[in-house]
Design a protein around this ligand. Structure first.
Ligand SMILES: Cc1cc2nc3c(=O)[nH]c(=O)nc-3n(C[C@H](O)[C@H](O)[C@H](O)COP(=O)(O)OP(=O)(O)OC[C@H]3O[C@@H](n4cnc5c(N)ncnc54)[C@H](O)[C@@H]3O)c2cc1C
Length: 287
């Protein structure tokens, strides 16, 4: 299907973008990898599309103290291939590399992906496990929202109308910490039927820190605090991992669709949580 007619606008500054977006018929576009299909399906019908690609400074990746700051227009490919990201935040690089196919990764952006908040998208799991900070700008100001507060429901985030994501900050990987993103993908699109991101620190043979982010299972990504509570302080043995992974789907209203029933998704979540935790612990111990 062909999208309905629209004006295509290319601001060259953030201020100009805010001016153009101060119009109820306007919609911002980053890579267009989700927006354009939605327009073709007539799920979105903006009268004006405001393309952010010519706004300078939105695709920088820079280290700032113990944080890595990533511009919202950074593409999935840039995140999977930039040496600084691969070394300082391998979990994010791994999640980026797991997205779709090479065409999608070359054009799609981290800001567009998290604004879209598809319940099966890959970044949300990693950003939950990384306790990422999302910097959001509006005309005349900005605010920072934690990943746990940003992702609210299916295709629903903390973004207000006329706000733009400008940057995502994640911590640099600490010593004795390992991370892993494991997903069961839907073979046609690559989206996660279930995706689990785990970060684990080991200290003196015990798990001293663990973070688990989940995507694909419920209406929105979440941090599995119950899994974390069971694993922290343990030796991280296979039995410890199995016991902790067993609770990952507890209390979650699991999605059910043509790709997987709710029961199967919950089963996959337990299996992939165990895999992600095992891989993260092995990496932490190898350091
Ligand atoms: C064939 C295919 C396979 C895919 N497979 C996967 C997959 O396996 N895993 C996965 O996670 N994703 C997958 N995707 C989605 C892909 O990651 C998209 O790149 C992403 O969802 C949207 O990013 P974008 O930059 O293209 O955003 P756009 O499509 O341009 O925008 C998406 C939404 O975000 C809004 N938006 C964009 N930028 C901003 C901003 N800076 N601030 C506020 N709002 C903004 C737009 O208005 C729009 O509502 C796939 C897409 C396709 C087409």
């Amino acid at each position: 299907m062909i999208a309905q007619n629209f004006d295509y606008l290319t601001p060259v500054s953030l201020a100009e973008a805010f001016d153009l977006l101060n119009d109820p018929g306007a919609k911002v576009m980053a890579g267009g990898m989700s927006l354009i299909p939605m327009m073709k399906l007539r799920l979105a019908a903006p009268e004006r599309v405001v393309d952010l690609r010519h706004v300078p400074g939105l695709n920088k990746i820079q280290q700032d103290g113990a944080m890595l700051r990533i511009g919202a227009m950074t593409t999935h490919h840039e995140l999977e291939s930039t040496p600084l990201v691969r070394a300082a935040c391998p979990l994010l690089a791994q999640a980026a590399a797991a997205i779709g196919d090479v065409q999608v990764r070359n054009v799609g952006t981290i800001g567009g992906s998290i604004a879209h908040a598809d319940p099966s998208a890959d970044y949300p799991a990693a950003l939950q496990a990384l306790e990422a900070e999302i910097r959001i700008a509006h005309r005349g100001g900005e605010r920072t929202v934690l990943a746990k507060d940003f992702f609210q429901d299916t295709f629903t985030t903390a973004l207000e109308p006329n706000e733009l994501i400008v940057e995502i900050s994640v911590p640099l990987e600490a010593k004795c910490t390992g991370a892993s993103y494991q997903k069961m993908l839907q073979p046609a699109s690559g989206f996660a039927i279930v995706g689990i991101a785990a970060r684990v620190s080991m200290d003196g043979g015990k798990v001293s820190m663990v973070r688990v982010g989940v995507t694909g299972l419920g209406g929105s990504s979440y941090r599995a605090a119950n899994v974390e509570a069971l694993l922290v302080g343990s030796e991280g043995s296979a039995a410890d991992i199995g016991k902790a992974a067993a609770v990952v789907a507890e209390g979650i209203d699991a999605n059910s669709d043509i790709h997987a029933s709710a029961e199967y998704r919950a089963h996959l979540a337990r299996v992939y949580t165990a895999r992600a935790l095992s891989a993260a612990i092995a990496r932490a111990e190898a350091q």
